[in-house]
Design a protein around this ligand. Structure first.
Ligand SMILES: N[C@@H](CCC(=O)N[C@@H](CS)C(=O)NCC(=O)O)C(=O)O
Length: 240
Protein backbone atom coordinates (compact mmCIF):
# COMPACT_ATOMS: atom_id res chain seq x y z
CA UNK A 1 0.00 0.00 0.00
CA UNK A 2 1.21 3.46 -0.86
CA UNK A 3 2.08 5.56 2.22
CA UNK A 4 -0.50 8.13 1.09
CA UNK A 5 -3.42 5.64 1.24
CA UNK A 6 -5.01 7.00 4.39
CA UNK A 7 -8.59 7.19 3.21
CA UNK A 8 -10.81 5.05 1.04
CA UNK A 9 -11.02 7.84 -1.52
CA UNK A 10 -7.22 7.60 -2.02
CA UNK A 11 -7.81 4.30 -3.86
CA UNK A 12 -8.32 5.03 -7.60
CA UNK A 13 -10.75 2.09 -7.92
CA UNK A 14 -13.32 4.08 -5.93
CA UNK A 15 -13.58 6.57 -8.81
CA UNK A 16 -15.13 3.88 -11.04
CA UNK A 17 -16.96 2.00 -8.26
CA UNK A 18 -17.80 4.71 -5.70
CA UNK A 19 -18.66 3.79 -2.12
CA UNK A 20 -22.15 4.61 -0.92
CA UNK A 21 -21.09 3.47 2.54
CA UNK A 22 -17.40 4.39 2.90
CA UNK A 23 -17.32 3.02 6.45
CA UNK A 24 -18.09 -0.49 5.17
CA UNK A 25 -15.73 -3.03 3.67
CA UNK A 26 -15.74 -2.66 -0.11
CA UNK A 27 -15.97 -5.83 -2.23
CA UNK A 28 -15.13 -5.70 -5.95
CA UNK A 29 -16.23 -8.98 -7.43
CA UNK A 30 -18.63 -11.11 -9.43
CA UNK A 31 -20.31 -14.34 -8.33
CA UNK A 32 -17.81 -16.68 -9.99
CA UNK A 33 -16.23 -19.53 -7.99
CA UNK A 34 -13.38 -17.26 -6.85
CA UNK A 35 -15.68 -14.31 -6.29
CA UNK A 36 -18.06 -16.23 -4.06
CA UNK A 37 -15.23 -17.26 -1.77
CA UNK A 38 -15.22 -13.63 -0.58
CA UNK A 39 -18.99 -13.06 -0.59
CA UNK A 40 -19.81 -16.34 1.19
CA UNK A 41 -17.21 -15.46 3.82
CA UNK A 42 -18.62 -11.95 4.27
CA UNK A 43 -22.12 -13.38 4.63
CA UNK A 44 -20.91 -16.01 7.11
CA UNK A 45 -19.11 -13.54 9.39
CA UNK A 46 -21.76 -10.82 9.22
CA UNK A 47 -19.33 -7.94 8.68
CA UNK A 48 -21.09 -4.99 7.02
CA UNK A 49 -19.91 -4.62 3.42
CA UNK A 50 -20.76 -3.04 0.11
CA UNK A 51 -20.55 -5.17 -3.05
CA UNK A 52 -19.55 -3.71 -6.41
CA UNK A 53 -20.10 -5.77 -9.54
CA UNK A 54 -17.02 -6.01 -11.75
CA UNK A 55 -18.20 -7.33 -15.09
CA UNK A 56 -15.34 -9.56 -16.20
CA UNK A 57 -17.31 -10.41 -19.37
CA UNK A 58 -16.85 -6.74 -20.29
CA UNK A 59 -13.14 -6.84 -19.25
CA UNK A 60 -13.80 -4.43 -16.36
CA UNK A 61 -11.10 -6.15 -14.29
CA UNK A 62 -8.57 -4.95 -16.85
CA UNK A 63 -9.44 -1.26 -16.48
CA UNK A 64 -6.82 1.05 -14.99
CA UNK A 65 -9.03 1.60 -11.93
CA UNK A 66 -9.35 -2.10 -11.15
CA UNK A 67 -5.68 -2.80 -11.92
CA UNK A 68 -4.73 -0.10 -9.40
CA UNK A 69 -6.09 -2.44 -6.69
CA UNK A 70 -5.18 -5.78 -8.29
CA UNK A 71 -2.36 -5.63 -10.86
CA UNK A 72 -3.25 -9.25 -11.71
CA UNK A 73 -6.60 -8.13 -13.20
CA UNK A 74 -8.77 -10.72 -11.44
CA UNK A 75 -11.72 -10.61 -9.07
CA UNK A 76 -12.25 -10.68 -6.14
CA UNK A 77 -10.54 -7.76 -4.42
CA UNK A 78 -11.46 -5.83 -1.30
CA UNK A 79 -10.68 -2.63 0.53
CA UNK A 80 -11.19 -2.68 4.27
CA UNK A 81 -11.49 0.97 5.34
CA UNK A 82 -10.77 -0.21 8.88
CA UNK A 83 -7.65 -2.24 8.22
CA UNK A 84 -4.65 -2.82 10.50
CA UNK A 85 -3.90 0.25 12.60
CA UNK A 86 -7.27 1.72 11.57
CA UNK A 87 -5.92 2.50 8.09
CA UNK A 88 -7.49 1.21 4.87
CA UNK A 89 -6.12 -2.02 3.45
CA UNK A 90 -6.56 -3.20 -0.12
CA UNK A 91 -6.25 -6.94 -0.83
CA UNK A 92 -6.52 -9.30 -3.78
CA UNK A 93 -6.23 -13.14 -4.06
CA UNK A 94 -9.31 -14.81 -2.66
CA UNK A 95 -7.28 -17.05 -0.33
CA UNK A 96 -5.58 -14.02 1.24
CA UNK A 97 -9.00 -12.35 1.59
CA UNK A 98 -10.38 -15.40 3.43
CA UNK A 99 -7.41 -15.50 5.79
CA UNK A 100 -7.57 -11.77 6.43
CA UNK A 101 -11.29 -11.80 7.22
CA UNK A 102 -10.95 -14.89 9.42
CA UNK A 103 -8.12 -13.30 11.38
CA UNK A 104 -9.90 -9.94 11.63
CA UNK A 105 -13.08 -11.44 13.06
CA UNK A 106 -11.74 -14.57 14.77
CA UNK A 107 -14.24 -16.62 12.78
CA UNK A 108 -13.98 -19.82 10.69
CA UNK A 109 -10.28 -20.33 11.52
CA UNK A 110 -9.36 -22.32 14.64
CA UNK A 111 -7.37 -20.51 17.34
CA UNK A 112 -5.34 -23.63 18.16
CA UNK A 113 -2.06 -23.20 16.23
CA UNK A 114 -1.92 -26.78 14.90
CA UNK A 115 -5.51 -26.74 13.68
CA UNK A 116 -5.01 -23.26 12.32
CA UNK A 117 -2.15 -24.36 10.08
CA UNK A 118 -4.04 -27.44 9.00
CA UNK A 119 -6.92 -25.19 7.93
CA UNK A 120 -4.56 -22.88 6.03
CA UNK A 121 -3.07 -25.93 4.32
CA UNK A 122 -6.52 -26.90 2.97
CA UNK A 123 -7.25 -23.34 1.88
CA UNK A 124 -4.01 -23.37 -0.10
CA UNK A 125 -4.83 -26.83 -1.45
CA UNK A 126 -7.95 -25.28 -2.96
CA UNK A 127 -6.23 -22.13 -4.23
CA UNK A 128 -3.24 -23.93 -5.74
CA UNK A 129 -4.99 -27.04 -7.09
CA UNK A 130 -8.77 -27.15 -7.15
CA UNK A 131 -9.27 -23.66 -8.57
CA UNK A 132 -6.69 -23.74 -11.37
CA UNK A 133 -7.41 -27.35 -12.44
CA UNK A 134 -11.22 -27.21 -12.28
CA UNK A 135 -10.98 -23.90 -14.15
CA UNK A 136 -9.19 -25.67 -17.01
CA UNK A 137 -11.96 -28.28 -17.14
CA UNK A 138 -14.37 -25.38 -17.55
CA UNK A 139 -12.33 -24.01 -20.45
CA UNK A 140 -11.93 -27.31 -22.28
CA UNK A 141 -15.37 -28.75 -21.50
CA UNK A 142 -17.67 -25.76 -21.70
CA UNK A 143 -15.95 -22.67 -23.10
CA UNK A 144 -13.59 -21.91 -26.02
CA UNK A 145 -11.55 -25.13 -25.69
CA UNK A 146 -14.66 -27.28 -26.19
CA UNK A 147 -14.27 -27.19 -29.97
CA UNK A 148 -10.56 -28.10 -29.96
CA UNK A 149 -10.02 -31.30 -31.90
CA UNK A 150 -7.21 -32.53 -29.68
CA UNK A 151 -8.96 -33.90 -26.58
CA UNK A 152 -5.76 -34.59 -24.64
CA UNK A 153 -5.83 -31.29 -22.68
CA UNK A 154 -9.43 -32.00 -21.58
CA UNK A 155 -8.48 -35.54 -20.58
CA UNK A 156 -5.49 -34.33 -18.62
CA UNK A 157 -7.53 -31.83 -16.60
CA UNK A 158 -10.41 -34.30 -16.22
CA UNK A 159 -8.06 -36.90 -14.76
CA UNK A 160 -6.40 -34.40 -12.44
CA UNK A 161 -9.82 -33.13 -11.29
CA UNK A 162 -10.91 -36.68 -10.53
CA UNK A 163 -7.72 -37.20 -8.57
CA UNK A 164 -8.29 -33.98 -6.58
CA UNK A 165 -11.90 -34.96 -5.89
CA UNK A 166 -10.50 -38.26 -4.62
CA UNK A 167 -8.25 -36.39 -2.19
CA UNK A 168 -11.30 -34.50 -0.91
CA UNK A 169 -13.35 -37.71 -0.79
CA UNK A 170 -10.78 -39.35 1.48
CA UNK A 171 -10.48 -36.26 3.65
CA UNK A 172 -14.26 -36.06 4.12
CA UNK A 173 -14.63 -39.74 5.03
CA UNK A 174 -15.81 -39.57 8.64
CA UNK A 175 -15.82 -35.75 8.68
CA UNK A 176 -18.75 -33.37 8.18
CA UNK A 177 -16.42 -30.57 7.11
CA UNK A 178 -12.86 -30.43 5.80
CA UNK A 179 -11.61 -29.68 9.33
CA UNK A 180 -13.94 -32.18 11.00
CA UNK A 181 -16.77 -30.93 13.21
CA UNK A 182 -16.13 -27.25 12.52
CA UNK A 183 -17.02 -25.49 9.30
CA UNK A 184 -14.05 -23.30 8.30
CA UNK A 185 -12.55 -21.14 5.57
CA UNK A 186 -11.32 -24.38 3.96
CA UNK A 187 -14.96 -25.24 3.20
CA UNK A 188 -15.75 -21.67 2.15
CA UNK A 189 -12.84 -21.82 -0.32
CA UNK A 190 -13.86 -25.13 -1.84
CA UNK A 191 -17.68 -25.34 -1.91
CA UNK A 192 -18.24 -22.92 -4.79
CA UNK A 193 -15.63 -24.67 -6.93
CA UNK A 194 -17.09 -28.15 -6.57
CA UNK A 195 -20.58 -26.77 -7.18
CA UNK A 196 -19.37 -24.99 -10.30
CA UNK A 197 -17.52 -28.02 -11.68
CA UNK A 198 -20.64 -30.17 -11.73
CA UNK A 199 -23.02 -27.27 -12.47
CA UNK A 200 -21.93 -24.39 -14.66
CA UNK A 201 -18.96 -26.31 -16.14
CA UNK A 202 -21.27 -29.28 -16.90
CA UNK A 203 -18.63 -31.81 -15.85
CA UNK A 204 -20.70 -33.92 -13.43
CA UNK A 205 -20.55 -37.03 -15.62
CA UNK A 206 -17.11 -36.25 -17.00
CA UNK A 207 -15.56 -36.45 -13.51
CA UNK A 208 -17.89 -39.29 -12.39
CA UNK A 209 -19.15 -37.17 -9.51
CA UNK A 210 -21.95 -39.57 -8.65
CA UNK A 211 -19.46 -42.32 -7.88
CA UNK A 212 -18.35 -40.25 -4.88
CA UNK A 213 -20.11 -40.43 -1.54
CA UNK A 214 -18.60 -38.00 0.96
CA UNK A 215 -17.99 -35.03 -1.37
CA UNK A 216 -21.63 -34.88 -2.57
CA UNK A 217 -22.89 -35.12 1.04
CA UNK A 218 -20.52 -32.33 2.10
CA UNK A 219 -21.59 -30.18 -0.85
CA UNK A 220 -25.23 -30.63 0.08
CA UNK A 221 -24.47 -29.70 3.71
CA UNK A 222 -22.60 -26.60 2.57
CA UNK A 223 -25.26 -25.48 0.11
CA UNK A 224 -27.88 -25.80 2.87
CA UNK A 225 -26.21 -22.95 4.78
CA UNK A 226 -28.19 -19.71 4.29
CA UNK A 227 -24.98 -17.62 4.16
CA UNK A 228 -23.65 -19.82 1.35
CA UNK A 229 -26.89 -19.43 -0.59
CA UNK A 230 -26.76 -15.65 -0.18
CA UNK A 231 -23.04 -15.42 -0.99
CA UNK A 232 -23.48 -17.40 -4.21
CA UNK A 233 -25.66 -14.57 -5.57
CA UNK A 234 -23.34 -11.66 -4.63
CA UNK A 235 -22.59 -9.57 -6.52
CA UNK A 236 -25.12 -10.86 -9.03
CA UNK A 237 -26.02 -9.25 -12.30
CA UNK A 238 -28.74 -7.25 -10.58
CA UNK A 239 -26.28 -5.54 -8.20
CA UNK A 240 -25.94 -1.78 -8.66
N1 LIG B 1 -5.96 -16.74 -7.79
C1 LIG B 1 -7.00 -15.76 -7.97
C2 LIG B 1 -7.80 -16.12 -9.20
C3 LIG B 1 -8.90 -15.14 -9.48
C4 LIG B 1 -9.58 -15.41 -10.82
O1 LIG B 1 -9.12 -16.24 -11.61
N2 LIG B 1 -10.66 -14.68 -11.07
C5 LIG B 1 -11.37 -14.83 -12.34
C6 LIG B 1 -12.84 -15.10 -12.09
S1 LIG B 1 -13.11 -16.63 -11.21
C7 LIG B 1 -11.27 -13.53 -13.11
O2 LIG B 1 -11.28 -12.46 -12.54
N3 LIG B 1 -11.17 -13.60 -14.45
C8 LIG B 1 -11.20 -12.42 -15.28
C9 LIG B 1 -10.20 -12.46 -16.41
O3 LIG B 1 -9.25 -13.25 -16.32
O4 LIG B 1 -10.38 -11.68 -17.33
C10 LIG B 1 -7.89 -15.71 -6.73
O5 LIG B 1 -8.08 -16.76 -6.12
O6 LIG B 1 -8.37 -14.62 -6.36
Amino acid sequence: MEPSMNALSDFPITARWPAKHPDRLQLFSLNTPNGVKASIMLEEIGLPYEAHLVDIGESESWTAEFLSLNPNGKIPAIIDPDGPGGRPLGLFESGAILLYLAEKTGKLLPADPGLRWETIQWVLFQAANIGPIFGQVGFFNKFAGRTFEDKRPLERYRDESKRLLGVLETRLDGRDWIMGDDYSIADVATLGWVRNLIGFYEARELVAFDELKHVPAWLERGLARPAVQRGLQIPGRSAA
